[in-house]
Design a protein around this ligand. Structure first.
Ligand code: 5GP
Ligand code: ZN
Length: 143
């Protein structure tokens, strides 16, 4: 499989590795939005947020919390974003699931899109569309 994150994990490609345990590896993003921008990656290859098994996601999330604290403090950041891009429409470019930790500084840049407004009654319609799927799959997910 041709996956740069698998190559980094297997030491077939170089990276500034910050953390590693049985399940997770974290390294600096080669194209940082701010210095210290870090990627937290499960060692096993899954395409995206929906395909990583729950137990592995929990471990990844826990490592992300720990590393986010270290990145924020070491970079003297004012805050940080934890982001996962899923699908090309969402900006995903590496199809090995990962979280970005992006240190943020007061007034560094704005991520605000132009917001939409629900027309009258439309909010309920959108909520119903989502609820249909939630009620259909809830028992399977939480079994
Ligand atoms: P995505 O666009 O999928 O959310 O994030 C992929 C990230 O991986 C990008 O921010 C990109 O800069 C980073 N990236 C791509 N190739 C490499 C690489 O070879 N080494 C490192 N350290 N980061 C990479
Ligand atoms: Zn991979």
């Amino acid at each position: 499989m041709d996956c740069i994150f698998c190559e980094i994990k297997n030491r077939k490609a170089d990276a500034e590795i910050l953390f590693e345990d049985e399940n997770v590896i974290a390294f600096l993003d080669i194209q940082p939005i701010n210095y210290g921008h870090t990627l937290v990656v499960p060692k096993n290859h899954y395409d995206n947020f929906l395909t990583i098994p729950k137990d592995e996601l929990s471990k990844l999330m826990q490592a992300t919390q720990f590393i986010a604290g270290a990145v924020k403090r070491s970079m003297n950041a004012d805050g940080f974003n934890v982001v996962s891009n899923n699908g090309s429409s969402a900006g995903q470019s590496v199809y090995h699931f990962h979280f970005h930790i992006i240190p943020r500084f007061n007034k560094d840049f704005s991520l605000k899109p132009s917001f939409k407004t629900y027309s009258s009654g439309a909010m309920k319609d959108y909520a119903n569309q989502v609820r249909t799927f939630i009620s259909k799959y809830r028992d399977i997910y939480y079994e």
